[in-house]
Write a protein that binds this ligand. Structure first.
Ligand code: ARG
Ligand code: ZN
Length: 879
């Protein structure tokens, strides 16, 4: 139990390590009742440190110390101090070997940090600070060592024994045990260490690098998952090729391994040569995974693979620099996904996530810069800001420099810092040095939290033919940060003439032909740009491609938005115009009487989208999605969720009634023909037909119901089966709902990834996911408190997606969440801290809601023995 208050750690307190560890020799004895870890470190004083002959301090957590020896001599009692979280050896020579033996209990490790067991196998998760749960060690990323790891275990229960690098020795031991020794030639921080021991099947493939090296590719999964590996393996090969072609980066070891584990706090982990994945982020088959899952898997496999350079070969100096590897790697995986599929759709998806969830984070109590200045628990900083906003920051550098100079910059970065632990500033410096550009003001993107707001106004001087665009930027205050400076913002735009044609963007200084698409660089609190030679007042298309993670306010009329929806050559802004129009229509209906008219122009616009099959169907599929409730909440100051839910639903039903025949036709036109494939074209078709189905069921359409039931029974893939299931679950056809849920469960009850989907379809449904039903799901035999995916699929889906039920005016949703957070805090603090997030946004809601949310937070705060993870989130939220 925690008695003293958690400490805040500051970037400004960073000091180089007093001691370095050149090599680590590990021996794991794995048993059913625990594991013994023998660790020998080759330690020497760090010549860069001014700490001199300071005591040696090693980090530890939940370890039973058995012995300590220095240069082979056991240390006597008083020669070292075991403080639990630190092992201190007061006097050490300049260079020495330290051998530490610890005993740990992986079978009782429910935090899923360090070494733990998941469905009978041993596995590890060491990022950020899990290695200290395995043995005493300087657990910080700027200590890089060469690891040699010997694993010993029972041969029949654990035939497969894996760690980083190459297997150099294996053999038999007494009592049916065996061992394998692994050696990783690349020095690495301990957070990249991994170990796996289990009864797993091996899937093998091979990849030949551009320079002709043959790489052994291996996936290890439980036998029942043997048929679900192909997609990840293909994704891996595409990633390896892409990183060579686009970044000139080749793989460096002879073996690359991927392991799937069911119990995992996050998506996946880039351990050197041995990536470990949450099963749901790697296993797929046509029958069990949706299009979305296929795409997610491809992106995550790529992400972890790309870390081999952006993260492993060049790593982070300290955890404040987390975005150095995560922001850059998310940028790289998004470029990859964009190249593999539809670039416009990928951009829409990234911008949607950012505007819905990252902007909310930026506006909430946990707001922090891309490079934070302080934290209490680093696990709480694996955030949308570090990952997604961090990726947007790298993307802006790419936009400002252009692809060639950006590549020169990344080449310089990798060459200059290979084998080092560095900072985000080193990354920007490499970009500057390679390009000759000055990015000093741009660095504020790393230091200032909050989402910049751009207020745009314009006027047209008909006599002069000059169009003036004035852009003012302001960054809101965030906890601990006020009075922010203007940032350097790439602002892409175009101007459209009345016939929809692209007009030249001629600034006064321009000579020769003017472009019709250009990137302005904003650097001032307010600046005006003059475009010359225009015969009429243009319609502005602003922040094309979402060229910066900012909010843009411009007073477009509904007519102008309709015009941009059908004419903007920038696909992203076409979609954005449709979203802005739908937001405007929905917002104007909030709190109005039920029979208030819906703007008929929205119906006309949607009719056009649904009926015109000459349009890019992938874009249409996105344009048909109404703005989510979460986004509508994000846009409001004092949200009344049931009222927002109601207004949105009214618009959806109005559209569905008016376009009923078009929806049926759209459904039939897009019904799948031919063999299932995850291509942009087929994904768009399935998305369109399932949207049509969902809308028809919202208006109790009998034909829609029959189509859904037929699709549910005959689908040959999970996207369509789940699409039909979801449409029926969210409908008023109660008997059908019960039947399809039951049939689905019976068919897939042995497949955890599908059961997770089955849970979340219900938990996210305003019909099937009311609180009593949610409580029933927690009692279901397939629910497992120890499995983070199950917790997320019920509790996370309820609080994060079923917003009208979660924000029930009586506060029962908040009380429920508080209760579950307290329960989980004892077993898995990381997951508990994540689940609190919806409550932390309490200031965003109308008083009747926010007061109850705050009360729920206070109840969590008052729980005894709160983890550091939850403590930080709750206290910052109540501050
Ligand atoms: N580095 C991993 C990734 O983004 C995430 C691991 C984070 N783990 C954690 N327990 N916070 O690929
Ligand atoms: Zn990552």
């Amino acid at each position: 139990m925690r008695t003293n208050q958690p400490q805040t750690i500051y970037l400004r307190d960073y000091r180089v390590p007093a001691y370095l560890v050149d090599t680590v020799d590990l021996r794991f004895e794995l048993f059913e009742d625990g594991a013994r870890v023998h660790s020998t470190l080759a330690v020497r004083r760090n010549p860069e440190s001014d700490a001199g002959a300071a005591p040696l301090e090693l980090d530890g957590d939940s370890l039973v110390l058995e012995s300590v020896a220095l240069n082979g001599q056991a240390l006597a009692e008083g020669a070292f101090e075991d403080r639990g979280d630190k092992l201190i050896v007061a006097s050490v020579p300049e260079q020495f070997d330290l051998t530490v033996v610890t005993w740990i209990e992986p079978q009782n490790n429910t935090r899923l940090e360090g070494l733990y067991k998941s469905s009978g196998m041993f596995c590890t998760q060491c990022e950020a600070e899990g290695f200290r749960c395995i043995t005493f060690f300087p657990d910080r990323p700027d200590v890089m060592s060469r690891f040699r790891t010997r694993i010993e275990a029972d041969r029949s229960a654990y035939p497969v024994l894996l760690s980083n690098g190459n297997d150099v020795e294996r053999g038999e031991l007494a009592d049916g045990r065996h061992f394998v020794t692994w050696e990783d030639p690349f020095p690495k921080p301990c957070y990249l260490f991994a170990l796996v021991a289990g009864d797993l099947v091996e899937k093998r493939d091979a990849y030949t690098t551009g320079s002709g090296r043959e790489i052994d590719l291996r996936m290890y999964v439980e036998p029942r998952n043997a048929e679900k590996c192909d997609h990840a393996m293909d994704s891996l090969k595409r990633s390896m090729r892409w990183d060579e072609e686009v970044y000139g980066r080749e793989y460096d070891l002879d073996i690359f391994m991927i392991v799937a584990v069911d119990d995992f706090n996050m998506g996946a982990m880039e351990n050197k040569g041995l990536n470990i994945f949450n099963s749901s982020c790697v296993l797929a088959s046509q029958d069990t995974a949706t299009d979305l899952a296929f795409q997610r898997i491809e992106a995550i496999v790529a992400h972890e693979y790309f870390h081999n350079w952006s993260g492993n070969r060049v790593t982070c100096r300290d955890w404040f620099q987390l975005s150095l590897k995560e922001g850059f790697t998310v940028f790289r995986d998004s470029q990859f996904s964009s190249d593999m599929g539809s670039p416009t759709v990928k951009r829409i998806e990234d911008a949607t996530l950012l505007r819905t969830a990252q902007f909310a984070e930026d506006g909430g109590p946990m707001a922090h810069p891309v490079r934070p200045a302080s934290y209490m628990e680093i696990s709480n900083f694996y955030t949308l800001t570090i990952y997604e906003k961090g990726a947007e920051v790298v993307r802006m550098i790419h936009t400002l420099l252009g692809p060639e100079l950006f590549r020169k910059g990344s080449d310089l970065y990798f060459q200059r810092h290979d084998g080092q632990a560095v900072t985000t500033d080193d990354f920007v410096k490499a970009m500057e040095d390679a390009s000759g550009r000055d990015l000093s003001q741009f660095r504020l993107w790393y230091e200032q939290a909050g989402t910049p707001v751009l207020n745009v106004s314009d006027d047209f001087d008909a006599d002069q033919g000059v169009y003036r665009l004035t852009i003012a930027q302001a960054i809101p205050d965030t906890p601990g940060q006020t009075g922010k400076k203007p940032q350097h913002i790439p602002f892409a735009l175009g101007l459209l003439g009345s016939k929809g044609e692209s007009l030249p963007l001629r600034l006064a200084a321009d000579q020769g032909d003017a472009p019709t698409d250009r990137v302005l660089e904003l650097t001032q609190a307010e600046e005006t740009f003059e475009f010359h030679g225009l015969a009429e007042r243009p319609v502005p298309s602003l922040l094309r491609q979402f060229s910066a993670p900012v909010r843009v306010h411009y007073p477009w009329t509904r007519e102008q938005l309709l015009f941009l929806m059908s004419h903007d050559p920038d696909g992203f802004n076409r979609w954005d115009a449709g979203q802005r129009l739908a937001v405007d229509v929905i917002q104007s209906l909030i709190g109005t009487p039920k029979d208030t008219a819906v703007d008929s122009r929205l119906v006309t616009a949607y009719r056009h989208l649904i009926s015109d099959s000459s349009l890019d169907q992938a874009l249409v599929a996105k344009m048909l999605q109404l703005p989510s409730e979460a986004y509508l909440i994000e846009l409001s100051d004092s949200a009344d969720v049931p009222a927002i839910h109601d207004a949105r639903e009214r618009v959806l039903k109005h559209l569905a009634i008016a376009l009923r025949n078009e929806l049926v036709a759209c459904y039939r036109r897009n019904l799948e023909s031919g063999a299932y494939a995850v291509t942009p074209d087929q994904i768009a078709r399935r998305s369109l037909s399932n949207t049509a189905l969902a809308w028809l069921l919202q208006i109790n359409d009998e034909e829609g119901r029959e189509l859904a039931l037929r699709q549910f029974r005959s689908a040959d893939n999970m996207t369509d089966r789940l699409g039909a299931l979801r449409a029926l679950v969210n409908s008023d056809y109660e008997d059908d709902r019960a039947q399809v849920l039951e049939a689905f469960y019976e068919r897939f009850r042995d497949d955890p990834q599908v059961v997770e989907q089955w849970f979340s379809v219900q938990a996210a449904s305003d019909r099937a996911g009311q609180l009593p039903q949610i409580r029933a799901l927690l009692e279901h035999s397939a629910f497992d408190w120890k499995n983070p995916n199950k917790v997320r699929s019920v509790i996370g889906a309820f609080a994060g997606q079923n917003l009208a039920a979660f924000h029930h005016p009586d506060g029962s949703g908040y009380d429920f969440l508080a209760e579950q957070v307290c329960r989980l805090d004892d077993s898995n603090p990381q997951i508990a801290a994540r689940l609190v997030t919806p409550l932390t946004r309490w200031k965003k809601f109308a008083p009747a809601y926010s007061e109850r949310m705050k009360a729920a937070l206070e109840r969590i705060r008052d729980k005894t023995g709160l983890s550091r993870d939850v403590y930080e989130v709750v206290h910052k939220s109540l501050a």
